[in-house]
Design a binder for this molecule. Structure first.
Ligand code: SDX
Length: 432
């Protein structure tokens, strides 16, 4: 017997007439109270940070925070990480189904065929200082794609949306790798279309014109898995940014550039870089207690990077897969005694036994181990979030496309609780 509510009633303690609102159910997860009619009653809801607010309906990704579950289009992340590669997952996020062999082959050819950048784009890199953070370069160069590929920016046209999506999936890795090469002062390495997506990125990151470079297949597979784990995650801050910017009709390149900017924050995608910087600062297992004390001290703005999550009140399933990937990569590289990994494992163990973290359901999230894997692969801390952005491009464009196909979608325009001055009169400056 389904005893789910279908209506909610808001009653007021001043005798005002109660308001009846529909309760909507999705296919999985929490029901929602549809408050769209509230505006007619001259009252709004108040929810800074959208702790309890659904801003859209979506069929792309589902998270069960209590039980630590993550599905892309219904497939558990563990199965996708085990059996698929990143381009298959990108196809799934965009189209709702995994590709068959022919669809996969065609998709790979489409993406490989668009991995080069317009040659003029080289000059944009050169406008940055060599020591610019890769995320600063990515925000700028991805945004500038709208100055080169404006033949596919009519967002009302599904074909344009798909062409822009393919161009972004294909070109963001090149932009990310070239932001690293520019930082190093090394020449840009062009994409090699015979390599798979992960191998190609590693080639553009680590190859030089002077010697042959063969990507290590085990590291490339681990890197591809990192991309899968980061591909999408419901309506997180950067995805909500992409949707809000896109809701005004802004072009897809500007929307993804805005998403990259939002992801850069240390509370969000910047946490992987911040986690490794934190582990390097802690330096030794003997200092873990000192940092846990700081994390609990409300007068100290230090937080334990890589811990906690807005939605997960259990272990982030991606962190568990990332920990396993850590073992594989460190094993492959003969770094089993990597002090950073040992420190991270000990920190995780102690924090998960600490009342402060247990009572607040603060568990390691995806960012806790990802930095250790990437560092072991020779990727510098400053590139971790750029790689997160590379991976999340698939989710951002899938969510952006879904929004533009949603008949209920409107320009995003939140209201506010006004707490400023009531009307008053301007006095001449001599009287102020
Ligand atoms: C990502 O949303 C997504 O899906 C994001 C993401 C994705 O894939 O897109 O999963 C990627 O961004 C993962 C999160 C990476 N960020 C970090 O690792 C940074 C450290 N984490 C915190 O900044 C924090 O946990 C957040 C930002 C992730 C979540 O913050 P919330 O939900 O706003 O939690 P909160 O601030 O309400 O905290 C509740 C309590 C507070 O203490 P009390 O006021 O109850 O005493 O928990 C404490 C917080 O002070 N707390 C922490 C903590 N995280 C929360 N205390 C110490 N260290 C932490 N990391």
């Amino acid at each position: 017997m389904n005893n789910k509510p279908t209506k909610a009633t808001i009653s007021f303690d001043n005798g005002a007439a109660p308001i009846e609102l529909p309760v909507l159910s999705g296919s999985l997860g929490n029901d929602v109270i549809d408050i769209r009619a509230l505006g007619k009653h001259d009252i709004f809801t108040y929810d800074p940070g959208f702790m309890s607010t659904a801003a859209c309906n979506s069929s792309i990704t589902f998270i069960d925070g209590e039980n630590g579950l993550l599905y892309y289009r219904g497939y558990p992340i563990e199965e996708l990480a085990e059996h698929c590669d990143y381009l298959e997952v990108a196809y799934l996020l965009m189209h709702g189904e995994l590709p068959n062999a022919t669809e996969k082959q065609e998709f790979i050819a489409t993406i490989s065929g668009s991995s080069m950048l317009h040659d003029q784009l080289n000059n944009i890199f050169r406008g940055f200082r060599r020591d610019a953070h890769p995320m600063a370069v990515m925000v700028g160069v991805v945004g500038s794609l709208s100055a080169f590929y404006f033949d596919s920016m009519d967002i009302r046209e599904a074909k344009h949306r798909e062409l822009s999506a393919h161009r972004l999936l294909a070109k963001v890795p090149t932009i990310a790798a070239w932001s690293y090469k520019y930082n190093l002062g090394q020449p840009f390495m062009y994409p090699q279309n015979h390599l798979n997506y992960a191998e190609n990125f590693m080639h553009m990151m680590f190859a030089t014109p002077c010697e042959k470079y063969e990507p290590n297949p085990i590291l490339a597979k681990a890197f591809d898995r990192i991309l899968i784990l980061h591909a999408d995650h419901e309506q997180n801050a950067s995805t909500s940014t992409v949707r809000l910017v896109g809701s005004s009709g802004a072009n897809p390149f500007a929307c993804i550039s805005a998403g990259i900017a939002s992801l850069w924050g240390p509370a969000h995608g910047g946490a992987n870089e911040a986690t490794l910087n934190m582990l390097e600062e802690i330096g030794d297992i003997s200092r873990i207690g000192e940092y846990l004390k700081r994390a609990k001290d409300k007068t100290d703005n230090f937080r334990l990077m890589g811990f906690g999550h807005r939605v997960y009140r259990n272990m982030d399933p991606r962190a568990a897969i990332m920990r396993k990937t850590c073992h594989e990569v460190l094993n492959e590289l003969g770094l089993n005694d990597d002090p950073m990994f040992k420190l991270a494992m000990e920190l995780e163990k102690i924090a998960l036994e600490d009342e402060y973290f247990v009572s607040r359901k603060l568990y390691p999230n995806v960012d806790f181990y990802s930095g250790i894997v990437m560092r072991a692969m020779g990727i510098p801390n400053s590139m971790f979030t750029a790689i997160f952005a590379l991976a999340r491009t698939a989710g951002w464009i899938a969510q952006w496309s879904e929004m533009h196909s949603d008949p209920e979608a409107k320009i995003g325009r939140p209201r506010q609780l006004y707490t400023g001055a009531a009307r008053r009169t301007v006095m001449p400056v001599s009287k102020r």
